[in-house]
Design a protein around this ligand. Structure first.
Ligand code: ARG
Length: 600
């Protein structure tokens, strides 16, 4: 099943080849003048230059070769040598029917060679509060997971839980000082570990206090450092306490991510990579990659001559190797963030042996990933090009700084969702939507509208741009927003419900009206939108398509009566078009991680 645009491109390429013209120039694009044509090709212009031929004549010969193609209603030369194509109504009708009968993919194709893909996203940490970087990573990563799976890859979404390192030592000390660790350390007569009184609230309360205190109090910091080292060395009581912290945090995080419609196949922690580190260090040494640098062990990842200006503490500027060396073992003997990431690559290779690992992490960590990837390639832990960092910009507040919730300071996913749901409820009431729903359904709808608003606002921007958090704008039922798209989807659902109540059946597609043509062309464009989003790892392209489709349907619905169509055949055709539009819109939204309510 090929989309019409691709099929047309292939036919044009064949005509180019027959004229002895480089087929690389045969690209067709949507027409700038939709009133005159559906697609155009400017290839003859460039080709004529290379062949020193008259462009209009060359375009004319190419057009001539295509003029008998039954899929085309007209082929015309325009201007200095453009070729304009208009698809036949029958070809559009056939394609729309194909999309309508493809309920699972709505016309989108799968990859030829499915791969095993790990997507590392969200990356929340035990007890450490989340920030907008984690939120964007969750939204983008979830969408990419769905997109890759939709195209046929086998995908593992991994939360890559930050459950290791200094913050754990801080918590052990802080909880211990309050007596909350007694049960684990065998010091008190506390309850059995599983019934430990230490709750997530305790962890969230204690972590900022401990982190703050460690900054000022050297002894405290030292105790936390020792506790971290003892934990990592396997101290049984600390391990039990740590396991409890991890479990408590994970349950809460899974609930919060669940409310956002974000789920993971794996909750592997940074700790899972830890057992691999000693062997990895031995291996890196054997490969002569690990070198001593000021008491630390590093891998030099910059190639000869790759330097960058760096400012030193005293203000002087030097040319230093870039990217800087990857720190594997610090001068104090600890494994670092990069060490964990390197070992995690080995861990994933052992467990899954993926063809591709995508890291959806804040652009600010770009250098970190460059170091890790280069290290991994040098050590042959991954094949060249199989590790990709997908950075993204920040979600800013109106003050231009990274967004914070109004409670001040940290972003609480739960608060954000509550705030958005409150607004969604108000908006629905204002617009008199969902007023006839029972309370539970209304609540569920408000929640869906809230999530759609947050996710669509994020994904309708290209991944790398920063954007401003503006709940009022995100939540509008007009314009390029999640709520607008849900509203359009619900409108089609209600149309189809009414049709079935009236016994009106869908039937064969006939394209006659301009709005029907436009809708059929939009339905055809989904396949390319999905593959472009996939290739560029950019859900934004699917978001654009969803919006175009909603608008296209809306115009169709205004211009072409469905239930009141002039005859049964036209009604059946329009119902099929409506069903195709709904299926495709729901799939596109689902790829963005957005669920559609039944009614509103
Ligand atoms: N936990 C990290 C943080 O909060 C993000 C982890 C990103 N993934 C990775 N493989 N390093 O910054």
């Amino acid at each position: 099943m090929t989309d019409l645009k691709t099929a047309l491109g292939e036919a044009v390429a064949a005509a180019f080849a027959a004229e002895g013209v480089d087929t690389a120039l045969a690209r067709v694009t949507p027409s700038d003048r939709p009133d005159l044509a559906d697609f155009q090709s400017s290839g003859a212009l460039a080709a004529a230059k290379a062949l020193k031929a008259n462009p209009r004549e060359l375009a004319g010969r190419i057009a001539e070769r295509l003029s008998s193609d039954p899929r085309l209603a007209s082929v015309e030369v325009a201007g200095p040598g453009f070729v304009n194509f208009r698809l036949s109504d029958a070809a559009l009708a056939g394609r729309a029917a194909e999309v309508a009968s493809d309920a699972d993919h709505a016309g989108a194709s799968s990859v030829l060679k499915p791969r095993k893909v790990v997507i590392d996203y969200a990356g929340p940490n035990v007890a450490k509060p989340m920030h907008v970087g984690h939120l964007r990573s969750s939204i983008i990563g979830e969408s990419l997971k769905r997109l890759f799976r939709f195209r046929g890859d086998t995908v593992w979404g991994d939360a890559h839980f930050g459950d290791w390192g200094f913050q754990m030592g801080l918590l052990i000390v802080a909880v211990g000082d309050e007596g909350g660790a007694d049960a684990f350390l065998g010091e008190g007569s506390g309850p059995f570990p599983a019934d430990s009184p230490v709750t997530l609230e305790d962890l969230e309360r204690l972590y900022p206090l401990a982190a703050g205190r460690a900054k000022e109090d050297v002894d405290y910091r030292d105790r936390a450092r020792k506790a971290t080292a003892a934990l990592q060395a396997g101290h049984a009581g600390y391990r039990a306490l740590w396991a409890h912290f991890v479990a408590v945090s994970r349950v809460a995080l899974e609930r919060e991510f669940g409310a956002l419609g974000v789920t993971f196949d794996l909750w592997n922690g940074e700790s899972d990579a830890d057992p691999l580190i000693p062997g990895m260090v031995v291996d890196l040494k054997a490969k002569s990659l690990l070198v001593e640098d000021d008491g630390a062990q590093v891998i030099h990842v910059a190639r000869n001559g790759e330097t960058r200006k760096r400012k030193l503490a005293d203000g002087s500027v030097i040319e230093a190797p870039s990217p800087p060396p990857l720190l594997v073992i610090s001068s104090e003997g600890s494994a670092m963030y990069g060490t964990t990431d390197l070992a995690t690559i080995l861990d994933r290779r052992n467990r899954i042996d993926p063809d591709l690992i995508l890291y959806v992490v804040d652009e600010r960590q770009a250098e970190h990933f460059e170091q890790v990837f280069r290290g991994a390639y040098l050590a042959r832990y991954a094949d060249a090009g199989t590790l990709e960092h997908l950075g993204f910009g920040t979600m800013n507040g109106t003050d231009g700084k990274p967004f914070k919730t109004r409670a001040g300071g940290v972003l609480k996913l739960h608060d954000l969702i509550t705030q958005a749901t409150d607004k969604a409820r108000d908006r629905l009431r204002e617009a008199e939507l969902g007023t006839d729903l029972d309370e539970a359904t209304f609540e569920a709808t408000a929640h869906k509208v809230a999530i759609a608003a947050l996710k669509f606002a994020d994904l309708s921007n290209s991944r790398t741009t920063s954007y401003v958090f503006d709940l009022d704008r995100f939540m509008s039922f007009e314009g390029k927003t999640g709520p607008y798209l849900l509203y359009q989807a619900v409108r089609i659902k209600s149309l189809l419900r009414r049709a079935s109540e009236q016994g009106a059946a869908a039937g064969g597609v006939v394209i006659a009206e301009p709005a029907e043509r436009d809708l059929a062309l939009t339905l055809d464009a989904f396949d390319q939108a999905v593959s472009e989003a996939y290739d560029k790892r950019s859900p934004h392209v699917v978001a654009e398509h969803a919006y175009r489709l909603a608008q296209s349907f809306s115009k169709f619905y205004a211009a072409c009566p469905v239930l009141a169509a002039p005859d049964v055949g036209t009604r059946g055709s329009r119902l099929t078009l409506s069903k195709a539009a709904l299926d495709q819109l729901e799939i596109a939204l689902d790829l963005l991680g957005i669920a559609t309510p039944e009614r509103m």
